[in-house]
Design a protein around this ligand. Structure first.
Ligand code: G3I
Length: 350
């Protein structure tokens, strides 16, 4: 017979303190003791984030799913996943009207089997389009793009916590305007049309706009801010903004203020692709991002763009939280410390 001990908060600490005695007494009586609550609270990224009502996720690739070290870290540390490439247009609709969801389904299935949430990335983007779409323009491309959004969001309906509906549609540099692309050339309303199609296909998914080099108050982030403000004013369905946060060796002093100004528009903010150039300041930069997300109530979670340094698109930047052997780096300790700040994490009984 099992005694189930479910506890949390101060009572949890008292309960855990007497657990060894209780376990011994119950064992003597032939009874096992099972402690539940937030498994591994305070001792893993996902569990610690969950204690603060956030998720802590990672971008994954199915080509790594046979790597034991990779999967051990992934399954232990993260409570949210996003497909690094498997849900992009080139992967899911390699030929017009021919959809391939196998790899994306595999990631969703793994996540759900582990109680992890799933971010969807990305329904429309100027990059990684299948060749057939790159050759389209005007109304034909617009129809193909909106059909793609509808078909993919419908396929994954009910399984995606947040979709990157549109990725990287604003230009770098000082214009604050849209990036030129085949999608932009179908008309300025393509982003709005994509969000409306995604809402119709999956009413329960949070719909996000996602971009990079927006990690502070600048022309690009302000251009996006103005779009979100217009969308909210006109009732265009948008629920969140993703800040990729591919960072160097420093972070803008107005990083948190930028997140807050978007939250004040009435949308969630999410750190969606975090990685930080390794160097003397990596741990501090990771800590600053974590602290900022915890300080902004509508910051719902952080995703790092990969599991180990050797899995990263950034190669020798060594930009992630684990080395290739799966060892925790100082940046990991800094993030966990920030996630646990203000609480007294008590590791669960073994
Ligand atoms: O699938 C092909 C494979 O068939 C071929 O043999 C191989 C060698 O050419 O290439 C494979 O495609 C690669 C793809 O990743 C899947 O592995 C592409 O060459 C490669 O360019 C692509 O890189 C991805 C990149 O987006 C593409 O722009 C990275 O893994 C991925 O981390 C990166 O992620 C983006 C986000 O989606 C958006 N934000 C920026 C971020 C970093 O660029």
């Amino acid at each position: 017979m099992k005694h189930l001990v479910r506890s949390s908060g101060p009572r949890r600490r008292r309960t855990l303190a007497i657990l060894p005695l209780l376990a011994a007494a119950l064992a003597a009586a032939g009874t096992a003791l099972v402690v539940t609550g937030t498994a591994n609270a305070g001792t893993t990224l996902g569990a610690s984030a969950a204690e603060k009502s956030r998720y802590f996720g990672a971008a994954v690739g199915t080509y790594k799913f046979n790597d034991n070290t990779y999967m051990t870290v992934l399954n232990r540390e993260f409570n949210s996943l996003v497909a690094e490439n498997e849900m992009k247009w080139d992967a899911t609709e390699p030929q017009r009207g021919v959809f391939n969801y196998g790899a994306g389904d595999r990631i969703v299935s793994h996540a759900r089997s582990r109680g992890m949430s799933v971010r969807g990335h990305a329904l429309l983007w100027h990059a990684q389009q299948p060749g057939w779409a790159q050759g389209l323009s005007g109304g034909d491309l617009r129809n193909a793009a909106i059909n793609h959004v509808t078909q993919v969001a419908t396929h994954f309906r009910g399984q995606i916590h947040s979709w990157d509906v549109v990725n990287e549609a604003f230009a770098d540099g000082g214009s604050g305007g849209r990036r030129d692309s085949n999608l932009q050339r179908t008309g300025n309303d393509w982003i709005e049309a994509a969000f409306r199609a995604a809402r119709a296909a999956d009413p329960n998914a949070k719909l996000c706009y996602n971009d990079y080099n927006t990690d502070g108050i600048n022309a690009k982030s302000t251009g996006i801010y103005n779009m979100v403000r217009d969308f909210k004013a006109r009732g265009v369905p948008i629920d969140c903004v993703g800040f990729q946060s591919h960072l160097g060796t420093s972070i803008s002093g107005d990083y948190q203020a930028n997140l807050q100004r978007f939250a004040d528009l009435g949308v969630d903010v999410q750190i969606t692709e975090l990685d930080v150039m390794q160097g003397g300041n990596q741990a501090n930069v990771y800590a600053t991002v974590t602290r900022a997300c915890l300080a902004v109530s509508r910051c719902t979670g952080i995703t790092v763009w990969g599991v180990r340094d050797c899995d990263s698109w950034r190669g020798s930047d060594n930009a992630l939280l684990f080395d290739c052997a799966g060892n925790k780096k100082p940046a990991y300790d800094a993030v966990l410390r920030e996630l646990n700040a203000g609480t007294n994490p008590t590791p669960t009984a073994s």
